[in-house]
Design a protein around this ligand. Structure first.
Ligand code: SIN
Length: 319
């Protein structure tokens, strides 16, 4: 079946380039609201830029918020260095972009329900080393996250971000047509296995959370609610099955799409320093925290901004 769809003929080079061209088109139609306000250093052609000259601990002006929002939509992930931020300041900055959400399964910092403490060391190795889009098992997966580095290992612990517009553009046309309009089931089985294997949650508690967070069905190709562009929206830990397909066919297709997502052409890799911040558009990109530093320590604080229900509105007319 996949051979018929043309899988195996992914055009990665074109995917990254097409994404970049679409970025340029979007930027022509939606010019930066305050040109020159932000100094951006691009780290790859279509995804990831370092923003300099901004102090995130200070209250952001409406002009700065508008400029950052525009840059985020265009670059998918923004990086900042040398940010001395308290948890309150991290939250205040993030609230400029929407309401904050509380993660039901991951550990929060004591006294700060909205701040995830992502702390790894000898006894608690990293588990975020899968390509994923945060909380895609929610009805309304997050808009984005802001991650602040508290402590880095001496070497290693980078994070990879993937441009999911480019991943979509890099699929063969026949496969694009096959997956457009389809939905897939997303579920938090990754956390369930983790919580069960660590003996942290009883079966009753898991069942209670299962009722609270039932599986969700989201489009395999999603329309970005702000740019109107199509992107690939399936991820390894949370997407279980493509609706309406036999399990084996769905697995085969999903594995192909996951492998495709991991293509270096669609990625930017960020090297953290203490005080670095990454602000990503969780609708447009996936990320992978490289866990190559065990048994050293790596500590991050993450704040997550609430998003909305994914939808697909059909292919956008090309200019
Ligand atoms: C995450 O998956 O949100 C964590 C990313 C990281 O720690 O680099």
């Amino acid at each position: 079946m996949l051979a018929k769809m043309g899988v195996g003929n992914f055009n990665r080079t074109a995917g990254a380039r097409l994404s970049e061209i679409e970025d340029q088109r979007w930027a022509e139609q939606n010019p930066a609201p305050h040109p020159g306000l932000l100094k951006l250093q691009h780290l790859s052609p279509s995804i990831g830029s370092v923003v300099s000259g901004v102090d995130l601990s200070k209250p952001a002006t409406p002009m700065l918020v508008a400029a950052l929002r525009h840059a985020l939509l265009l670059r998918k992930v923004l990086f900042f260095h040398d940010q001395e931020l308290s948890s309150e300041e991290l939250m205040s900055f993030s609230q400029n972009f929407g309401e904050l959400e509380i993660h039901p399964f991951s550990a929060a910092k004591e006294g700060y329900d909205e701040v995830l403490l992502i702390e790894h060391s000898r006894d608690n190795p990293g588990v975020e080393n899968t390509y994923h889009s945060d909380v895609s098992w929610r009805w309304d997966p997050s808009l984005g996250s802001v991650l602040h580095c508290q402590e880095t290992p001496e070497i290693g612990g980078d994070t990879i971000f993937v441009d999911m517009y480019a991943a979509f553009e890099g699929l063969p046309d026949r496969l694009k047509e096959q997956i457009r309009g389809r939905t897939a089931e997303h579920d938090w089985h990754f956390f369930r296995l983790l919580l069960q294997s660590n003996g942290l949650w009883s079966d009753e508690k898991i069942e209670e959370m299962q009722k609270k967070y039932p599986p969700q069905h989201h489009p395999v190709v999603r329309t970005h609610p702000e740019t109107g562009r199509s992107l690939l929206y399936v991820n390894g830990p949370f997407t279980k099955q493509i609706d309406g397909m036999e399990w084996a066919d769905s697995q085969q297709l999903l594995q192909q799409l996951f492998a495709h997502t991991a293509s270096p052409e669609y990625q930017v890799r960020f090297k953290w320093q203490k005080g670095s911040v990454a602000f990503w558009d969780n609708r447009a990109c996936q990320h992978y925290a490289i866990s190559d530093y065990w048994p050293q320590r790596r500590v991050m604080e993450r704040v997550t901004i609430r998003g909305d229900k994914p939808y697909y509105s059909g292919p956008r007319a090309k200019l």
